[in-house]
Design a protein around this ligand. Structure first.
Ligand code: ADP
Ligand code: MG
Length: 395
């Protein structure tokens, strides 16, 4: 790996500017889900154990360079103190970042800076703001993979000004992604599902070049089926992307990536709980019905491929999983991936907002090798793009 970790850094007595993602959901002034806060604990503990003084830098919501009192990071303090079990001091939001904050910090204490995005310099990656942040510390640690697709002062600018390393969460994420797409054990299967082809064009184009099998499911499979001349009736389908879909199929053929589209499907007249549904061949969708999930034969084919592969990377559910029974294919495929992972036969990595929700709902998520909660950054990484926050750590 081209980046350093906390193991490579001497932190004793040093202030460590630590970029974290604590952009947690809040309702009525209370954190409703502290998962993101819990996930940064190993990094903060390691910094403290090595005698360092962590200064937490983070964003919260979208204040767009203005001070928005409702978006103060103060709201996270109680949850941070509980998760870390150490004193967490909130830097006075009325002062400019200054050394006095850091010198007042006792060993074992943590300082939390106010929402970085209150300052217009953050999202503009203003060198002056990056320098202001860098002046607080002598080491920079980035633990916010989920913000690494943005070149902001706290994710990119500051990394150029201080000796830098990846935090534990960033390290885990990069290691998992590297083992899934960078240097994977082959054969590799990718599952791409979800609603639309249009949001995942770059993803599909990159994966075709990297994986041995590409399973296409969800609404986006309809676009491919329609491009091949199948009548998908009332299904979600981007008919205007037919030529693009055919280009992707052609590109796959040229590099020997096998594309798997559903052979049978679950159709219904309405997308609502309790709607009557039936399994039909992919070319037998009734005129007034829509395809909402992959059928059992398709699932059999998908799980058979999982069994032949050593690595799985997954983004996008195979069906409209929010409503039963249209979660069936996703659940069955997830269960098989979990089983193979438990047996040590498969490295399984998944990510994406709805994908994480679907895999959690299926109960299989815990058995996956790695579940990325990084959303946009995960997708851009899967698309083969350089993430500025990761690139800035590589020196
Ligand atoms: P992610 O957030 O993990 O990247 P997407 O947002 O691309 O995933 O896709 C998730 C959405 O795709 C879900 O809301 C799901 O209902 C929808 N979806 C999946 N299959 C179908 C289908 N056959 N018809 C309509 N919507 C579908
Ligand atoms: Mg989504």
């Amino acid at each position: 790996m081209a980046w350093k970790t906390l193991d490579d850094m001497d932190l004793d007595g040093k202030t460590v500017l630590t970029r974290v993602d604590i952009n947690v959901p809040v309702e009525n002034g209370k954190v409703t889900d502290a998962t993101r806060i819990e996930r940064i604990v190993p990094t903060i503990k390691d910094i403290l154990d090595k005698g360092g003084k962590p200064v937490l830098a983070a964003h919260f919501g979208r204040p767009k360079g203005q001070v928005v009192p409702d978006l103060s990071l103060r709201v996270t303090l109680d949850a941070l103190r509980k998760a870390l079990d150490v004193p967490v001091i909130f830097a006075d939001p009325n002062e400019k970042p200054n050394k006095a904050w850091v010198s007042a910090l006792e060993p074992g204490q943590v300082l939390l800076l106010e929402n970085l995005r209150f300052n217009p310099g953050e999202e503009k990656n203003d060198p002056a703001f990056a320098a202001e942040l860098a002046a607080l510390a002598s080491v920079y640690c980035n633990d916010a993979f989920s913000a690494a697709h943005r070149a902001h002062a706290s994710t990119e600018g500051v990394a150029k000004l201080l000796p830098s390393c990846a935090g534990r969460l960033m390290q885990a994420e990069l290691t998992a992604l590297e083992s899934a797409l960078g240097q994977p054990d082959r054969p590799v299967v990718a599952v791409v599902g979800g609603a639309k082809v249009s949001t995942k064009l770059d993803l599909l184009s990159n994966l075709v070049r990297k994986v041995d099998y590409l399973v296409i499911g969800g609404g986006m499979a309809n676009t491919f089926l329609a491009a091949e001349g199948v009548d998908v009736c009332k299904s979600l389908c981007e008919h205007d992307l037919g030529a693009t879909a055919l280009d992707i199929l052609k590109a796959a053929g040229e590099v020997g990536c096998e594309i798997i589209l559903p052979g049978d499907v679950v159709v219904a007249r309405e997308f609502k709980a309790g709607a009557e549904s039936e399994v039909v061949g992919v070319d037998a969708c009734p005129a007034d019905a829509m395809i909402l999930d992959a059928g059992p034969k398709s699932v059999e084919r998908i799980t058979e491929i999982f069994g032949q592969c050593k690595t799985l990377i997954w983004n996008g559910p195979l069906g409209a999983f929010e409503i039963e029974p249209f979660d069936t294919a996703t659940n069955a495929a997830a269960a098989k991936a979990a089983q193979l992972t438990r047996d040590g036969r498969l490295v399984s990595v998944a990510g994406g907002g709805d994908t994480v929700a679907a895999l959690n709902k299926s109960g299989a998520a815990d058995d996956f090798t790695y579940i990325s909660t990084a959303g946009g950054a995960f997708l851009e990484w899967m698309e083969g793009k350089t993430l500025p926050g990761v690139a800035a750590l590589e020196h």
